[in-house]
Design a protein around this ligand. Structure first.
Ligand code: GLA
Length: 714
């Protein structure tokens, strides 16, 4: 709901309120963000406002005012939300209120970029128009709220209303000016094979923290999802605010704690390396940032965001459907395969109950290693004499679906496409372009290059019965020719992704970027699942999946059982524990199943039967993190059905220890008055007992031991 009371705007979600007001000088100031307030008493807003009545450089300063879209250098000297170079070369700006519009049953439309849709929810959008008459531009701030959610989606549109060109240097999507309080900033940083590790830092007066990425995609190193938490907030208690950027390019989340301890948190496109010129009448859209608030801790944020992403961001029809259990040949064969080998893997996998066979990298051109053929999207008949169509038919005849790997954004220098169009790659004139994994990036800033990517992928998809696509991207962006190029590329990426996914709405698409290097809400708008990390060691994966689940739904977390010793870190874990971790995600296998012995195959068959029972719950349930693997020897998580009829719980002990403490794990989201039977042990527990007293898992005495529970209400 959106209320307008004189100059006050009050946005309400399910349990939240967000209040802003225009002061007598036309500044749009921020007043409140937190638990829901009634649309009733606004006296306090007016009183606060009258204190600020003496506005003007001599009497008062915006430096101490919480604002909705602050500028630098007028009277506020903190980091600004925007910076626009006007015709005189200066950036001094003051935006004042011009008008507003409330759009009923409507969400923000963001040109060229993905955003939340309304679906069957009640969404309203408030558009506030601010204007800088001197500098000659207008900003429309959009706020979308849903009656059903505790989120506020924000974006900004900047329009040149002057008679000359202007240049945008900085344009954040959202700003949150919060009053002094003991806060912690939680962010998700890492690298290849160690994506989204969780970091928690106390916010101190005077600090300025720039959580930003300039590596091209949203990145392995920093994820565009952050939380600002009341100090000490945990999984179930405390005020937590979060920001999720619906964007897959260079991003920044900027925190500044000022001289009074007030905190400014902003999220948007990374201003570093950014610039956007606007001719007279032209507009620029920032990506959307989804803000969420919960007074029920980090878990409250997660469950809300999981629902929002699943129900109002992902467009794929697969988003709430059971995903086929797959086997992928990458870690089984790498580039060294032929048709016979693939069919052997598929046949053995089918016998255990696998439903989808995925052919990974190495099926096209003359590709037998990383150095050649990327971009030449035609099948290598030496390796696959039946062609993709023939192979897909053979796989289908076995009763399996067939899926294929692509990397549509890259080319090898040793490829026909590069030889034909050397100017199509991202490069800076006169500079020898840098290779990464022997690749260049295609300049998706150009129409004909996007068309090539779209057509070459679509031709293959049309030529065979392909029901799943893994869309990879394996290098950072270098040799950037001009400021703003990364954003142009990101718009091109969305154009290509939109064209291909909307032409094949029945295909299940999975995002990937050297593992989880582009795990973001922008990709999730088009693809319901993403390869979480190339690191599939169960112990490290548990940590990666734990922290990924904070901002993203389990239904988006692709998780495979792989061979031991693990190919990334050499660790040996049991087949059971590898599957127990992978159940919490979109389950699959990535190993040479033909090398497994009878006992192992038997175990795999049982694991698959188990996943088929629980996968619908994992896709659509409420997720609770019960024990954190960060700085602890344990981890536990749970998915409970929204109607409390069933729950799946995984508990893990990382290292075996003698004479250690008893670990009791308490469950959540159950019916305290009902009894539940654990399908694995046939033990009966009370919902109250499981939630209030908890259970002590039986781990056994070996390293990385796991226990799972599948509880059904009786
Ligand atoms: C990336 C992916 C892997 C695999 C390889 C193929 O590294 O993350 O899963 O597809 O590319 O080259």
């Amino acid at each position: 709901m959106i209320f307008k009371n004189n100059n006050i705007f009050h946005l309400q979600g399910k349990q939240i309120s967000y209040i802003m007001a225009v002061n007598e000088c036309g500044d749009l100031l921020h007043y409140y963000y937190g638990k829901k307030l009634r649309d009733k008493n606004y006296e306090w807003v007016k009183q606060k406002w009258s204190v600020w009545n003496g506005y003007g450089p001599d009497k008062w300063t915006l430096d101490i005012c919480p604002q909705e879209y602050p500028a630098y250098g007028y009277t506020d000297l903190r980091t600004p939300a925007y910076s626009v170079v006007n015709k005189n070369g200066g950036t001094v700006s003051r935006l004042t209120y011009k008008s507003y519009k409330i759009l009923q049953n409507s969400v923000q439309e963001i040109e060229g970029m993905p955003a939340l849709f309304a679906g069957d929810k009640n969404a309203q959008t408030l558009e506030i128009v601010l204007e800088d008459k001197n500098a000659g531009f207008e900003v429309i701030l959009s706020y979308t709220v849903f009656d059903e959610y505790d989120i506020i989606a924000r974006s900004a549109k900047i329009t040149n209303i002057s008679d000359t060109e202007i240049t945008i240097d900085t344009a954040y999507s959202t700003v949150l000016d919060m009053p002094k309080r003991a806060y912690e900033l939680i962010h998700f940083s890492g690298g290849w094979a160690k994506e989204r590790e969780m970091y928690r830092n106390k916010v101190r007066q005077g600090v300025k923290i720039d959580i930003s990425n300039a590596r091209g995609g949203s990145g392995h190193n920093i994820n565009p999802f952050v939380m600002l938490a009341e100090e000490g907030a945990d999984e179930t208690n405390g005020d937590v605010y979060s920001m999720t950027l619906v964007y897959s390019g260079n991003h920044s989340t900027m925190l500044e704690c000022d001289q009074f301890g007030n905190v400014r948190l902003m999220q948007g496109i990374n201003p570093f390396g950014f610039e956007w010129r606007l001719k007279q009448g032209e507009s620029f859209f920032t990506p959307q940032s989804i803000m969420c608030y919960s007074d029920k801790g980090i878990g409250g944020i997660s469950r809300e965001l999981h629902d929002v992403i699943r129900q109002n961001l992902c467009r794929s029809k697969w988003v709430d459907m059971e995903r086929p259990i797959l086997i992928n040949n990458w870690e089984a064969t790498y580039f060294d395969f032929n048709e016979e080998k693939l069919l052997d893997i598929a046949k053995t996998a089918k016998q255990q109950g696998v439903e989808l066979f995925v052919l990974d990298d190495g099926w096209f051109g003359d590709r037998n290693d990383e150095e050649t053929s990327m971009g030449d999207w035609r099948v290598n008949l030496k390796k696959i004499p039946s062609g993709i169509d023939g192979l897909a038919k053979k796989i289908n005849d076995m009763g399996l679906k067939f899926g294929l790997w692509f990397e549509p954004e890259s080319v090898n220098p040793d490829s026909d496409i590069y030889r034909a169009h050397p100017d199509w790659i991202v490069h800076s004139a006169g500079v020898e372009p840098t290779q990464s994994r022997f690749e260049y990036l295609l300049a998706l800033t150009r129409g004909e290059v996007c068309d090539y990517a779209i057509n070459s992928v679509c031709n293959i998809l049309e030529s065979a019965n392909i029901e799943y696509v893994k869309w990879d991207m394996n290098r950072p962006m270098t040799d950037i020719p001009r400021k703003g190029f990364n954003h142009e590329f990101t718009l091109g990426f969305y154009k290509v992704m939109d064209a291909i996914t909307s032409r094949f709405p029945d295909i299940l698409f999975e995002g990937c970027s050297g593992g989880g290097g582009r795990f973001d809400a922008g990709v999730l708008a088009y693809m319901p699942q993403i390869w979480t990390s190339d690191n599939s060691d169960a112990v490290k994966r548990m940590q990666i999946q734990y922290s990924t689940s904070i901002g993203y739904p389990v239904s988006s977390i692709s998780a495979h059982v792989t061979a031991v010793p693990n190919h990334q870190n050499g660790r040996v874990t049991s087949l059971k524990s590898r599957a127990d971790v992978a159940y919490c995600g979109v389950f699959g296998y990535e190993l040479d199943i033909t090398k497994m012995n009878e006992n192992e195959l038997d175990e795999v068959k049982k694991q698959i039967e188990n996943d088929k029972k629980i996968r619908s719950l994992m896709i659509n349930g409420d997720f609770y993190r019960l024990e954190s693997p960060y700085n602890s020897n344990y981890c536990a998580w749970e998915t409970a059905a929204k109607d409390k009829s069933e729950a799946f719980v995984m508990c893990a002990k990382i290292l075996s220890e003698a004479n250690c403490e008893e670990k009791r794990v308490k469950f959540y989201g159950l019916d305290p008055d009902a009894d539940y039977i654990d399908e694995y042990t046939s033990k009966v527990y009370g919902g109250d007992e499981l939630m209030y007293n908890g259970v002590v898992p039986e781990f056994g005495q070996y390293d990385f031991a796991t226990q799972i529970f599948y509880l059904r209400k009786i």
